[in-house]
Design a protein around this ligand. Structure first.
Ligand SMILES: [Zn+2]
Length: 179
C-alpha cells in the first residue's frame, strides 16, 4: 500500500515536470517574428543582416527575419548621407537609416546596425560612454567595435516582447543632444 502511494506520487511529479517542459517549448515557439526589408539599404545590406543576426543570437522572445512575400514588412532599412537614425512607430515597427555620416567618421558598421535595430526593439539611447553598452551609440569611442547588447539590454528586450508592451513612436539620431 505504501509502495503504491510512493509510485502514485512519483507519477504526479513526472506529470508536473512534463507540463513544465511543454509550456517552456510553447513559450519559445511563440517568439514574435519581425520582418525587415533591407532592399533599399544599398551597400549596407549585409551589415543590416549582421545586425539582425546579432539580436537573433541574443534574445529568444523576438526574431528578426529578412522579409519574404506573403508577410507584412515590420522594419524598412534605408541608407543615406545623414546620421544613422531610427523612426519607430511602435514596438517592433518602424524604419531606420544606415547613415554614411557616422560610417565615414569610422564608427563600426555592425554596431550601428545592431544599435538601430535596438531602437526598433524598444531600447532608447543610453549615452553611458561605455563600449560594452550597445545603446551608448556614439557616446562610446569611435574605435568601439562591440556590436552586442549588454545583458541588461538583452533582458529589457526579452521583457518588452514577453508582454508586448505598447511603446510610443520615437525618433532617435546617432548623434543627438538628448541624454
Ligand atoms: Zn540611437
Amino acid at each position: 500500500m505504501l509502495l503504491r502511494r510512493w509510485a502514485a506520487a512519483l507519477v504526479a511529479v513526472f506529470a508536473l515536470v512534463g507540463v513544465q517542459v511543454v509550456s517552456a517549448s510553447a513559450a519559445s515557439a511563440a517568439a514574435r517574428i519581425l520582418y525587415y526589408d533591407a532592399s533599399q539599404a544599398q551597400e549596407f545590406k549585409s551589415v543590416v543582416d549582421q545586425g539582425a543576426q546579432i539580436w537573433n543570437a541574443s534574445v529568444a522572445n523576438v526574431k528578426l527575419q529578412p522579409w519574404t512575400s506573403g508577410h507584412t514588412v515590420n522594419i524598412r532599412v534605408y541608407a543615406d548621407n545623414g546620421w544613422p537614425r531610427t523612426y519607430s512607430t511602435s514596438l517592433g515597427n518602424g524604419r531606420w537609416y544606415m547613415g554614411r555620416e557616422a560610417v565615414n567618421d569610422g564608427y563600426y558598421k555592425p554596431r550601428i546596425a545592431a544599435h538601430e535595430f535596438g531602437h526598433i526593439l524598444g531600447l532608447p539611447d543610453n549615452r553611458t560612454g561605455l563600449c560594452s553598452d550597445l545603446m551608448s551609440g556614439s557616446s562610446a569611442p569611435v574605435a568601439c567595435t562591440n556590436a552586442n547588447p549588454s545583458s541588461t539590454e538583452k533582458a529589457r528586450v526579452e521583457s518588452l516582447f514577453r508582454t508586448s508592451v505598447s511603446v510610443a513612436p520615437q525618433t532617435y539620431v546617432w548623434v543627438g543632444s538628448a541624454a
